[in-house]
Structure formats: C-alpha cells, structure tokens
Design a protein around this ligand. Structure first.
Ligand code: NOJ
Ligand code: CA
Length: 533
C-alpha cells in the first residue's frame, strides 16, 4: 500500500489575515488564498492549513470562535470557501482547517446561554465554579495571556475558567453534549470536503477534576511571562484527553483511509517529547501528527540537533509518523532566530528529515520578525504583557508578492506593517534570483518530490565532527547524504565508504562541492544533498 499524502506531502500554513487581500480592506481573505493557489503549486507544497476563518469577534484573531459552521465576513463567505476548496482540489492541493475545540468566544450563543443563569441547560457546557472557601478564584491557575484564568461573573455569582483571554471561555469536554456538538462541527466541514484539521491546544482540552492548584514553578522569572509562574500539570495534559482525540480520529477515519482520500488530524501540543508521544494514541489511535515543535527552540549546534533528532526518532511509538516544524503564527520566525544564512540550512533540515514538514508562510522568503511600533500593536498577548517580547504581531505581517504598492498584498494599508525590505524581499523579485531562499525552497521541494528516499525512506545519523550535522536517507537502492554546516566556518566531513561515488543534488551556496580524498569540504553556512551512484 502506498503511503498516505499526509506522510509524503509538505504542509504550508496560511495565516489568512496576512496572505492576500482582494477587497481592499487591508485584511487577507479567502478569495486572496484562491488567487494565490498557483503560487503554492509552483512552490511545490501539497497541502495548506488555514488558521481560523470562522465568525469571530477577533479578540484573539479568530481563535475566539463565535460560530463554528460558517465563515467570518472579513474572510468571505461559505461559497468563497467552497470555491477555494474546489480550486485547491483541482490543483491536487489538500486543505486543512483550524479546529478550536478547547474554548469558544464569549459571544458564542452556547456561552451566552451558559452564563444566562445557573439553571441554564448549557450551564455545564463551560467550566463554572464557586469561589474558593475563603473567597477569590477557585484555584491558582493562570491564563496563558497573564492574570488569573478564572473570571468572576457577577450576575450568577460564579467564576468561569479561560485558559486564554476572558473572551475565550473553556468548554467542558467532560460533558457528552459538548462532545456531540463539536463532533458535528468536524462532520460539517468533512462533509464539505476538507482534508483535515489542525487542532488548537489539544493538550488543554481536559483539566484535572476538582481543579486542584498547579504547583509553582521554581525556575520562574518575570521575563517568561506570568503564565509560567505555575507548572500547568493540573490544568493540561490529563489522561482523558486521549479518549477525546481517539473519538475525533474515528470521525476523521470514517471519511477516508486511502493514500489520497485519508483525512488528517494534527494536534497542537507543546509538551516534552515523552508526553507528546502519547498523543499518537495507545490502544486506540490518537491524532495522526502531534506537532513536533522542537526545532523552533533547539540550541543551534550540530551535536545538540543530532541528539534531538535521534531521541525524537527513538521515542516514536510503532507506526507513529514523525513531523517537523520551523515556525508558526505564535513563535519567532526562523530567520529571526537563526539569521539569513542559517535559515537556508534550516530549510534543508526541515525538508530532508524523516517526517511531514510544515512550512510557515513567508519563511520561504526569509521573512524575519518585524518590529511593531507600539501604536500598531494588535496582539492581545503583547497588549496584556507588553515589552517582554511575547507578542506575535512580528511574525504575522503581510506576505510580500511584488515591489508594487503595499507589496501587492492589498490596495489599502495592511492591518500590520510590512517588513522593511519588502521592495526586494518579495515573491516576484526573488523568483528571478536563482540564489534566493525562495528558489532554494522551490528546489528543495522538487528534490523531495523526486526522491522517495526523502519522504518514505529511512534515516540514519552519521558520525560527524565540529559544526557538521549529517545523515543518510535511504529507500531501496536510493541513498542520499545530507550534510549541513551549522556554523560560519568551513568544515569537512569524512564520507562513509558507501558515499564514495556521489554527485551533488543541491547546495545552499554557489559553486560545486569539493570532495578530496573521500572528504567533503563544506563552505561556511553550506548545506548539501548528495546522491550516491
Ligand atoms: C494556540 C494558537 O496557535 C494561538 O494563536 C492562540 O492564541 C491560542 N491557541 C488560543 O487559541
Ligand atoms: Ca480583505
């Protein structure tokens, strides 16, 4: 049986507000994504994941959903979505939506009903609690955006729990009626033809019964943000969450299981590897891909990365398919963290490791974090705890398509400022420059597509020294060697015997590779893919 598309393909995350505006309001929309599908096909990706597009007051830019089975007017209409899906499918692209099950908007009619009275039939759809015996919030749980996670409701004399903003009350997933209602949401979109979901904060969905205090974090420092004052051991990652994941998986699997027809679930989970692995499931399968975010924060040196890769591979459960991520709409951009030269190395790493890669829009242009003037800050994370560098606006700035007005993103002033070098760092310009990072991504995706060793092949780490990270990808007779210089000095790698007769498939720098006496010489910041035989 051939491998399913979500194992061999590359996923591209679209942040819809920032991709392409078509109606001149400075905010990206669904028609904009449709308009740019050919770009994505040319780039060589296989699937897009679109961050939330559902009706929302936008307190958290769509992660506060007030209606799950519709499209927010700012992004378009359901008909626009159907058109996008049809156009994507016509080009062989899969489309994943962002499912936000942990919490709704406080404007959702479920919550309005729930807070209306203590005897509301929907009261138990959310997490309501009396004050602590001595008064005050029921527990010491802290919102991820700072402050107590419990909000007092004067009218009904109880607190409700919100892991994020008070405008994002958490649902009570122990209530079967909530499960049923949210399963209907999955079916609504699967019935329309979507190919899967990224599941927002999956590990938050169940909290310990009785809401016991979280232990305090001995390593906490104010610069980390208030949420880290406590360790979220009781407010997240409870055993019951795996039953919920399994139920969602059953629904996804009921819509298709073939190599092309399979529907995929990707869980957003920030946990240590050993905990993360449970989200693949136990007796019953969990999500297909629990997001592996380790490369975002990993120390950028060859030894640390080699260990991280080996340990992740070793921790995978039988049948568990790996995946890798360099960035997303919540975390610093890879170019900001690693610099432009090493962002190219990171691109090779992302697209040659074993497992499904997810690429964040704009990383293919080497977009970096954009400094946002205080008066233009939009992200509630930054507004609530300013100045700590926790805000996410810098990584959500508009895509730059051309050197024309507003980078061709919009005819109006974009909702967030463009990066400063957009007149040169844009798709049109970079597509003409074979040395650009955009062309590197295009080449990498093409090489990946042409070589099963890079998708379904095995991975073996090679012994390497200094700043070199090297590994073999192999499928049947096809053997590739990837060697990455993680530093700014020339390095060498003694090639293993099997790689004696090799040729270059791709290099991140100009000029032919130099192999002398069985030793590969790497330029500063150079990464190569060699093919053997
Ligand atoms: C994770 C999302 O990626 C983030 O953007 C959002 O603020 C929180 N979940 C709350 O939904
Ligand atoms: Ca628009």
């Amino acid at each position: 049986m051939s491998a399913p598309w979500w194992q061999t393909g590359t996923i591209y995350q679209v942040y819809p507000r920032s991709f392409q505006d078509t109606n001149g309001d400075g905010i990206g929309d669904l028609n904009g994504i449709t308009q740019r599908l050919d770009y994505l096909v040319d780039l060589g990706i296989d699937a897009i994941w679109i961050s939330p597009i559902f009706p929302s007051p936008m307190s958290d830019f769509g992660y506060d959903v007030s209606e799950y089975c519709d499209v927010d007017g700012r992004f378009g209409t359901l008909a626009d979505f159907d058109a996008l899906l049809a156009q994507a499918h016509a080009r062989g692209l899969k489309v994943l939506l962002d499912f936000v099950p942990n919490h709704t908007s406080d404007r959702h009619h479920w919550f309005l009903e729930s807070r209306a009275s203590r005897s509301s039939p929907k009261r138990d759809w959310y997490l309501w609690h009396d004050p602590a015996p001595g008064g005050g919030p029921p527990s010491n749980w802290i919102s991820d955006f700072g402050g107590s996670a419990w909000e007092w409701d004067e009218a009904t004399g109880q607190y409700y729990y919100h892991a994020f903003l008070k405008e994002q009350p958490d649902l009570n997933w122990r209530n079967p009626a909530v499960q049923a209602a949210m399963h209907d949401v999955l079916r609504f979109w699967f019935d329309r033809g979507v190919d899967g979901f990224r599941i927002d904060v999956l590990w938050h969905m169940v909290k310990a019964a009785g809401f016991p205090d979280n232990p305090s974090n001995p390593a906490w420092q104010p610069a980390m943000g208030e949420m880290h004052r406590v360790l979220q051991v009781n407010s997240t990652d409870q055993p019951e969450v795996h039953m919920l994941a399994a139920a969602m998986r059953d629904i996804a699997d009921s819509y298709g299981a073939g190599a092309q027809s399979a529907r995929v679930l990707i869980g957003e989970i920030y946990l240590p590897v050993e905990r993360l692995m449970h989200y693949y499931g136990g007796e019953r399968p969990g999500v297909h891909l629990p997001f592996n975010f380790q490369l975002i924060d990993a120390p950028w040196n060859a030894r640390a990365l080699a260990n991280l890769i080996a340990e992740y591979e070793a921790a995978l459960p039988p049948g568990g398919w790996p995946n890798w991520v360099l960035g997303n709409h919540d975390r610093p951009r890879v170019a900001a963290k690693r610099g432009q030269a090493q962002a190219r190395i990171a691109a090779v790493l992302l697209l040659t490791l074993r497992g499904t890669p997810t690429l964040y829009y704009g990383d293919e242009l080497g977009l970096s974090d954009v400094a946002i003037p205080p008066e233009q800050v939009r992200d509630p994370r930054e507004l609530r705890e300013p100045g700590l560098g926790l805000g996410r606006d810098p990584v959500r700035t508009p895509m730059s398509w051309a050197a024309s007005k507003n980078a061709d993103f919009s005819t109006a002033r974009p909702w967030l400022p463009l990066h400063q070098d957009w007149p040169t760092r844009n798709v049109e310009r970079m597509a003409q420059n074979p040395g650009s990072i955009l062309e590197l991504y295009r080449q990498l995706l093409a090489v990946r597509r042409e070589h099963p060793a890079l998708t379904i092949g095995s991975l073996a780490m090679l012994d390497a020294e200094g700043d070199v990270l090297a590994y073999e990808r192999r499928h049947e007779a096809q053997r590739l060697l990837v060697a990455l210089n993680l530093g700014a000095h020339a390095q060498s790698l003694a090639l293993p015997g099997w790689a004696g007769d090799c040729r270059l498939l791709l290099s991140t720098t100009a000029g032919p590779p130099r192999i002398e006496g069985g030793v590969l010489l790497l330029r500063p910041d150079e990464g190569v893919i060699l093919t053997v035989g």
